[in-house]
Design a protein around this ligand. Sequence first.
Ligand SMILES: [Fe+2]
Ligand SMILES: [Fe+2]
Length: 282
Amino acid sequence: MFHDFDFKATLASSLRAQWDLDDVLRADQALDFSRNFMPESLARTGAVESLAAGEQRILNQISAHQYLSIFGIVEEFILPFVLDHARTILRDDDWRVRALLNFAGEEAKHIHLFSRFHDAFVRGFPVECRMIGPSEDIGAEVLRHDPLAVALVILLIEWMTQAHYLGSIRDDSGLDPLFKSLMLHHWKEEAQHAKLDTLIVEALAEGRSEEQIQKAIDEFLEIGMFLDEGLKAQAAFNLDALEEAIGRKLGDRDTIIAQQHQAARWTYLGSGMVHERFKATR
Ligand SMILES: [Fe+2]
Ligand SMILES: [Fe+2]
């Protein structure tokens, strides 16, 4: 397949795009809890009519807590995956190894970035937001699959980060600038990862029969459905946190959970992967 990128050129653009944690959020910085954190196109909290505006904002912030935690989880399985792949080619092309080690190093930095934002969130938010996990178990479940399937999931996530950044620009009606900056900086590096991951996918697919490729795609969908189950459970946890934060029980709780689960599917998996037709193949 023809690309206008290779390992050497992508490493060079990665090095140019690199930033430090403090460029995005210093450890002592506070988030602005009077604003929304997530773009409406992702959180869809403005669409929940039974909530007052202030309550919609709290749900938006809980959805941002979910964002930080979900990325914490996925970065934790991306890092070992990239290192394992780099390990198989150590004796070969030097540019590949350097590009992949840089990719892994950036993901390790992203784990710190999301955790720093998470700490700032916890400092400023009145109640505890429960998360699915533990992340090691989720990572182990994903990584037990065919590496080609895992690489496709990672590629999907990398492409989604561009949609997140574009959403934060397009829907900017007073979003917290630190969250906007998070989306921008994360995407800047993910855009390079998406190129490298495309090359990994091609390397892993090489020499496989059509049947073997189809089996990897089935596993890709299996991982997608596993993650989607997690998002469903998370939507219920988010509503628990909302009810605690606003001090009342919601009569339409199940409707909001279903709507927020849908929003999370779009945000983290894209609509195609969890299409009903794919679910029917289970
Ligand atoms: Fe990342
Ligand atoms: Fe990445």
